[in-house]
Design a protein around this ligand. Structure first.
Ligand code: HEC
Length: 187
């Protein structure tokens, strides 16, 4: 009797130590991903077509895209009239042309990232999309074409396969829009 009382707390203490060591890693990784997915849905500014999509990936993709600055370069103008946070106005993303491209950076123009008629964001298959973000090279471009010059692909391309898949899944779910033409070159 005495012995079993002594053994049990020891065994429990060991079990607890193992649980404490293992718990923060696994549970906070899952918790992070869950809270990112939730936040992704909260901050998504447009109606989503979720048919046939992996909802967790769409949520995570929204989180990455809408906290990753894609809107600031790929929506032109990025904010609706009266909704520009840089002017101290309450933020209102320009959903009418959300991620439809058309922003000018010197000789370069940001691409339309919305899905094409086949549902492919920017007209790219996932393999093409992944190669492009990892290498800066559009797999369809002629040999010798320089890598993308404005797009921060060296940073975004370091994301995990799952993150890139999530970005792609989200971009497949946003409204499909025609190319947004850039304004004429400035003075
Ligand atoms: C600093 C501005 C900037 C930011 C931020 C940015 N992009 Fe880009 N992106 C561009 C420009 C400009 C192009 C056109 C190619 C070039 O000149 O670099 C481009 C091209 C692309 C392309 C290639 C499209 C094609 O068909 O060739 C993809 C895909 C893309 N961006 C996705 C994204 C995603 C996703 C994000 C956010 C995670 C993002 N971009 C953030 C500026 C930006």
């Amino acid at each position: 009797m005495k012995q079993s009382i002594a053994v049990r707390p020891a065994a429990l203490a060991i079990a607890a130590a193992i649980a404490i060591a293992a718990y923060p890693l696994t549970s906070s990784a899952d918790g992070d991903s869950q809270s990112q997915i939730q936040r992704g849905y909260q901050i998504n500014p447009v109606p989503l077509n979720l048919a046939g999509k992996n909802r967790a990936l769409v949520g995570l993709g929204s989180y990455i895209v809408n906290t990753g600055g894609c809107n600031d370069c790929h929506t032109s103008p990025s904010y609706a009239t009266g909704g520009n946070p840089f002017l101290g106005e309450p933020e209102q993303i320009n959903t009418a042309v959300f991620l439809a491209g058309g922003q000018r950076f010197g000789p370069f123009v940001s691409a339309n990232l919305t899905p094409d008629a086949l549902g492919h964001p920017a007209g790219l298959t996932f393999d093409e999309f992944k190669t492009l973000l990892r290498t800066g090279h559009d797999p369809d471009a002629a040999i010798g074409t320089p890598p993308l010059q404005v797009m921060p692909w060296p940073a975004f391309g370091k994301k995990t396969d799952r993150d890139l898949r999530a970005i792609y899944e989200y971009l497949s779910a946003i409204p499909s829009l025609p190319d947004n033409p850039p304004p004429p070159p400035g003075p």
